[in-house]
Design a protein around this ligand. Sequence first.
Ligand code: IMP
Ligand code: MG
Length: 180
Amino acid sequence: MTNDIDRVLIPANEIAGAVAKLGKRITEDYAGREPHLVAILKGAVVFLSDLARNIHLPLAMDFMAISSYGVSRRSSGIVRISQDLSQNIQGKDVIIVEDIVDTGLTVTYLKELLEVREPKSLATCTLLNKPTGRKVEVAVEYVGIEVPDEFVVGYGLDYAEKYRNLPEICVLKERVYRDG
Ligand code: IMP
Ligand code: MG
């Protein structure tokens, strides 16, 4: 697996620092409330588990799975729910937890979908942001780290379902995408 890595873009300690900062901000902003974290499977799972431990408030966690990419590296714009939430979010302070915002299509779709369910508030928290990838403008209240226009893996992010367990954010060698 390490043979496939071209270089480490964000080392583990830098990720930890960004996650701690996000947790602190959320803890302050949601003081006296009980945030309802909605993590997008599967990419946001690693981030969620660290983020939640940096939020010092009572909170709830739920999960939603959507698919938009298949094994390709670019968003198709077609997003579908493959697993819905297990809890009702009406009246809750919902925070969507994402691994990365690239085109913005996924978060835009999710916000529209969840807004209909009448949460008390709805915010988005992403570990990574790739602003150069945007196809639609979308407000993201909590951003951990901005990344350049490169496909990244690790810390939950995959390429063809692999590399999610890397502790740092990495760029893969070109041949990995070419040869599969
Ligand atoms: P968007 O709809 O283009 O904003 O894409 C968001 C989703 O695409 C993320 O939740 C990721 O699953 C996936 N994605 C976008 N960029 C990357 C990347 O660089 N590495 C891994 N997954 C990515
Ligand atoms: Mg993904």
